[in-house]
Design a protein around this ligand. Structure first.
Ligand SMILES: [Mg+2]
Length: 257
């Protein structure tokens, strides 16, 4: 893979650039080097439990220069998806308070009483009442949308249940799977970014730690990708016939950019 010809570097965060509140090896050098070479670095995360501002602040706090990157979350992508595909819909939203405000500020009509779309994001304030309400709506047949499919979220203390786990619970209760899953591996999220930055597939590379989201998203979008083994995936989990580059961590990219 020739990284010189790439213009847009789409990078996962958890398990790829940092783990919890610790930058992974090579993170600062890679961000600095990409900026010096005039490349775009976009952090694309499926984690919709925080706003893009939160991630921006976190990265800056960890020492990454603000002008070296942009952030795009599956929460933002879900807002775009709703506005394009379900304009004017009334949305029952599972989300943390800050993400709820982001949906409202973007003009999404949230409805508790008469929703016709049910959206699940990574709601760490989820409780039995919310889940019961959500399952009731799904059972009644409203359009069911999930921000992303991750089963667990990696943390410094080990994996914690993510949206995919709740989707399994919803499936068990209602018999339905989501009508749309917006985040990785849906290639639309990557296509949206390529369009925004005016780059082609061959000018883009995706870097991440998960086969079933990061690598799959790139494959479906026709984009080359790099798997890092610093997060969820171990070398034993990599299939023999993989079509992506596999590296231990992003530090080995420094000499290739
Ligand atoms: Mg990750």
């Amino acid at each position: 893979m020739n990284l010189n010809e790439k213009k847009l570097f789409v990078m996962d965060m958890d398990g790829t650039f940092y783990l919890g509140h610790r930058l992974l090896l090579g993170a600062l050098e890679v961000s600095r080097m990409l900026h010096a070479r005039g490349k775009h670095l976009v952090f694309l995360t499926n984690n919709s439990s925080e706003t893009p501002q939160y991630y921006t602040d976190k990265l800056v706090r960890l020492g990454v220069k603000r002008k070296h990157f942009e952030v795009y979350t599956s929460g933002e992508a879900t807002i775009s998806f709703l506005k394009s595909n379900y304009p004017g819909s009334r949305v029952f939203l599972l989300a943390v308070p800050s993400v709820r405000v982001m949906f409202e500020d973007a003009g999404v009509c949230l409805s508790e009483d008469d929703p016709n779309v049910a959206v699940i994001t990574y709601d760490k304030t989820i409780d039995f009442d919310k889940l019961t309400r959500f399952c009731g709506l799904v059972r009644d047949g409203v359009t069911y949308i999930a921000s992303h499919p991750d089963i667990n979220c990696p943390t410094e203390d080990g994996p914690i249940p993510d949206v995919g786990s709740f989707m399994e619970l919803i499936k068990a209760s209602t018999g339905r799977r989501a009508d749309h899953i917006v985040g990785k591996p849906n290639p639309e999220i990557l296509k949206m970014l390529m369009k925004d930055y005016g780059v082609r597939e061959e000018e883009t590379v995706m870097i991440g730690d998960r086969i079933y989201t990061d690598m799959e998203c790139a494959r479906k979008a026709g984009v080359e990708s790099i798997l890092v083994l610093s997060g969820e995936t171990t070398s034993a989990m990599v299939p023999e016939d993989h079509d992506y580059l596999v590296i231990d961590d992003i530090s080995s990219l420094v000499s290739k950019i």
